[in-house]
Design a binder for this molecule. Structure first.
Ligand code: ZN
Length: 283
């Protein structure tokens, strides 16, 4: 789990105006002829959204707007699809995000409405409410927002995740197999609600099951380096290699990415470094 650079909102009002602009499709009138004052009212909701760090709040549902305007914004989200008039919203948000900010497994392919579009119509095309996620994370995340603050996803743009190692992998080597169980490190210096929210994300998105599928593929890429480190310098060589590679990957991805977390845990595993790697990694 990581934070992302907060997108600009310089064009948010223009995007909004384009999203609702009236048009005719198959003989039917669509969109909504919004006044400048109405657009300003929506932008005021954007201000409130930013001020509240994207947390759910009744006023953000835009009850003061007309139903027609809210519906037009909701439907206007479709224009963010490739080739349509608001495709730039999607392209700009996706640009430079190599991996899903939540799982770190796959590239993001979809935009998630952090506050769901079905409830928060007026925020449907607000770039800061749109977060690039991979397909699996987007589909496992609930489409509603929990009342319990401990069951809320982090806002990758507006909330700062703690800049300390908080993800932990516990390694179990058993009968020729290697299992890593991920959880939130009980010793990490983070507050209780943050801890609960991080743990909730791991559970809700079934990250342990998903990481289990990735670990053996990933470790295959490390086999030769581990084997050569052992041949040259024994268990200390393996440990030093794993820690050095973890530093490279932390810098490349982030501190709490599952790969460097796994490597650091393997470096601490005496059996693994002492040769058990040969039993659990491909020959
Ligand atoms: Zn993901």
């Amino acid at each position: 789990m990581r934070s992302l650079a907060c997108p600009s909102r310089d064009e948010a009002r223009d995007y909004l105006a384009d999203a609702v602009e009236p048009y005719t499709h198959a003989g039917l009138s669509k969109g909504y002829a919004a006044t400048g004052a109405e657009l300003d009212s929506v932008v005021a909701l954007y201000d409130a959204y930013d001020a509240g760090f994207g947390a759910p709040a009744e006023p953000l549902k835009g009850a003061g707007l007309t139903v027609e305007l809210r519906n037009a914004i909701h439907n206007g989200y479709e224009f963010t699809q490739a080739g349509r008039k608001l495709a730039a919203i999607r392209a700009n948000l996706m640009a430079g995000v190599e991996l899903c900010p939540v799982c770190g497994i796959a590239p993001p392919r979809e935009l998630d409405h952090h506050l769901p579009r079905s409830t928060y119509h007026a925020l449907a095309v607000y770039p800061r409410n749109l977060v690039p996620l991979c397909h699996d994370c987007n589909h496992s995340k609930s489409k509603s927002v929990a009342d319990d603050p401990a069951e809320r996803f982090f806002h990758p743009y507006l909330e700062e995740l703690p800049n300390v190692p908080f993800l932990r992998a516990t390694i179990i080597i058993h009968e020729g197999g290697l299992v890593a169980d991920y959880d939130i490190d009980p010793n990490a210096a983070i507050d209780a609600v943050v801890r609960a929210r991080l743990a909730y994300v791991i559970e809700r998105l079934k990250l342990n099951e998903r990481y289990a599928r990735e670990i053996n593929i990933y470790l295959t890429s490390q086999v030769t380096a581990i084997r050569m480190s052992f041949a040259w310098a024994g268990p200390n060589g393996v440990r030093d290699y794993l820690l050095a590679q973890a530093d490279v990957e932390s810098a490349r991805f982030h501190l709490n990415h599952w790969q460097p977390v796994l490597l650091r845990s393997l470096a601490e595993n005496v059996d693994f470094c002492d040769g058990a790697f040969a039993d659990v990694l491909p020959a």
